[in-house]
Design a protein around this ligand. Structure first.
Ligand SMILES: [Zn+2]
Ligand SMILES: [Zn+2]
Length: 414
C-alpha cells in the first residue's frame, strides 16, 4: 500500500477565494471544496479531475460556488451537513440569476444545480465514515458558521483540513478546539492580522455608533452576508430597542437555520431576535425601511442586492452611515467604499456622503489564534492555504512543523 499523500490545489491557495484541493493517497482520491470568487466576472478554480468523493466544509461561495459544474462533468457524492446542502442550493440558483443579470455565461445550468443537490450525503459533526479500504473521515464542527465542518482523515496518517474556522464563541456558533494531526491544512484568511478587540467590545462599539447615527437623524445601513452575519447582527440588535428592518437573501437563510436548530448556539435567541425585526417583502416594505433606524441587508460586499437600492437613496445623506462588519475582498464594492468613498452602482461610480465605519466581526481565527491552533494540533507538516498573506504565517510556524505554501496547480507530495 502506497501511503504517500499527493495534493494539488486547483485554486484558492494564495487568495481568500475559489478554494479547491485534490488529495490522493492509497486507494482514495478526494476533492475538498470547489469554490468560486464572486466578482465581475467571477473567478473559477482549475478544472477538477474525476474523484471518488467530494468533501465540502461549508456553504460560502468561495468554498462551494463551483460544485454544480462538477455535475456537468463527472459528478460524485458530496459529504456535507444537511444545512450546508440547503444553503448551497439557494446560493447556486442565485449565482445563475446573477450571471444572467450581469450578462456573462454561467459555468453551470439549473439541472447541474439539481444534480448537486441530489448527490449530497448528509453527515453530522462528531460522526465518522469509512472511505476506501484504509481510511476513515471524521467530521468536526468548524465554529465558522452554522453547519460548517472540518474534516479529519484517519488512516496511515492523520490529516486535518480546517476549511474556514473560528476559535471564539459568537452569538451564532461556538468556537472550536484544535485536533491532533500529522498533516494540517490551515486556512489563513486573517494571516498577519489579529482581532484586537473582544467580541463584546466590538458589539458595544457598533451599538454606540448606531445610537449616535439615530440621534443625529440618520439611518445605519448594515450590509451583511446572507449566511450567518445577518443573523448575528439581528442577535446583537435583539434588545437594542431600535426600529430594525431586514432585507435580502438572509431572510431565507434564517429560515434554514431555524429548521436545523442543532447547529445554532441558541435557536431560541435567534427566533426571538427575528421576531423583533421587520422583514422587507416588497417595494412598499423597502420604502418603509427607509424610515427605519437600522437596515440589515445583503450583499455583504455591496456588489449587488438590495443594499445598492438603499444606498441609491441615502448616498447624499451625511447623517446616515454604512457600518461594515465583514471581510471586503480587493475589488469589491465595499472595499471601494472604504478606500475611495465611492460605490459602483451597476457600472456608474458615485461619491458617497454617508459616514463609513468598519467593525471587526470576523468568523475566522485571527493571526495569533491561527498560530496557537496550529501548535496545539501538533502536526509534522502544515500546508498554508486560503490566504493573501501566507508569508506572515511561515516564520512563526516553521519551528512548529515543516511549512508548505504550494502554488495553484502545483502537485506536492507530503
Ligand atoms: Zn467561509
Ligand atoms: Zn473562505
Amino acid at each position: 500500500m502506497n501511503n504517500d499523500v499527493k495534493i494539488q490545489f486547483l485554486g484558492g491557495v494564495e487568495e481568500v477565494g475559489r478554494l479547491a484541493m485534490v488529495l490522493e493517497t492509497g486507494d482514495i482520491k478526494l476533492l475538498f471544496e470547489y469554490g468560486m470568487s464572486p466578482g465581475k466576472p467571477p473567478a473559477y478554480p482549475l478544472p477538477a479531475p474525476p474523484v471518488d468523493l467530494i468533501l465540502l466544509t461549508h456553504a460560502h461561495l468561495d468554498h462551494s460556488g463551483m460544485i454544480p459544474w462538477l455535475f456537468s462533468q463527472n459528478g460524485q457524492k458530496i459529504l456535507t451537513t444537511p444545512l450546508t446542502g440547503e444553503i448551497i442550493n439557494l446560493l447556486h440558483k442565485d449565482s445563475i440569476k446573477i450571471a444572467k443579470s450581469e450578462g456573462y455565461a454561467s459555468p453551470y445550468s439549473s439541472s447541474d444545480v439539481n444534480e448537486a443537490k441530489k448527490n449530497i450525503i448528509p453527515i453530522e459533526p462528531t460522526q465518522k465514515r469509512k472511505i476506501g479500504h484504509d481510511w476513515e473521515v471524521l467530521f468536526h464542527s468548524a465554529g465558522h458558521i452554522p453547519g460548517s465542518l472540518m474534516f479529519e482523515l484517519v488512516g496511515a496518517k492523520k490529516i486535518l483540513f480546517t476549511g474556514d474556522f473560528n476559535v471564539v464563541d459568537t452569538r451564532v456558533v461556538k468556537g472550536i478546539k484544535p485536533v491532533d494531526c500529522d498533516i494540517l491544512f490551515l486556512e489563513g484568511t486573517y494571516a498577519g492580522r489579529d482581532h484586537p478587540k473582544k467580541r463584546e467590545e466590538i458589539e458595544k462599539d457598533l451599538l454606540d455608533k448606531i445610537d449616535e447615527i439615530v440621534k443625529r437623524g440618520g439611518i445605519a445601513i448594515l450590509p451583511a452576508f446572507a449566511v450567518s452575519r445577518s443573523q448575528e447582527l439581528a442577535l446583537v440588535l435583539r434588545n437594542s430597542g431600535y426600529n430594525v428592518w431586514f432585507d435580502g437573501m438572509g431572510k431565507k437563510v434564517s429560515k434554514m437555520f431555524l429548521k436545523h436548530q442543532r447547529y445554532l448556539r441558541s435557536a431560541e435567541n435567534l427566533k426571538k431576535a427575528l421576531n423583533k425585526i421587520n422583514l422587507v417583502h416588497s417595494d412598499q416594505g423597502r420604502k418603509l425601511a427607509l424610515k427605519a433606524d437600522v437596515i440589515i441587508t445583503s450583499s455583504g460586499m455591496m456588489d449587488g442586492g438590495p443594499v445598492l437600492n438603499y444606498m441609491g437613496k441615502l448616498k447624499n445623506d451625511p447623517k446616515s452611515a454604512v457600518l461594515l462588519t465583514g471581510y471586503q475582498v480587493p475589488e469589491s464594492n465595499a472595499r471601494l467604499l472604504v478606500d475611495k468613498g465611492k460605490l459602483d452602482f451597476y457600472g456608474v461610480k458615485e461619491k458617497i456622503e454617508c459616514e463609513v465605519q468598519y467593525y471587526d466581526f470576523s468568523a475566522h481565527a485571527g493571526h495569533g489564534e491561527l498560530i496557537e491552533f496550529a501548535k496545539k494540533c501538533n502536526p509534522e507538516k502544515i500546508v498554508l492555504m486560503h490566504s493573501d498573506n501566507r508569508e506572515a504565517l511561515v516564520e512563526p510556524l516553521k519551528d512548529v512543523a515543516e511549512v508548505y505554501s504550494p502554488k495553484t496547480g502545483e502537485v506536492v507530495e507530503l
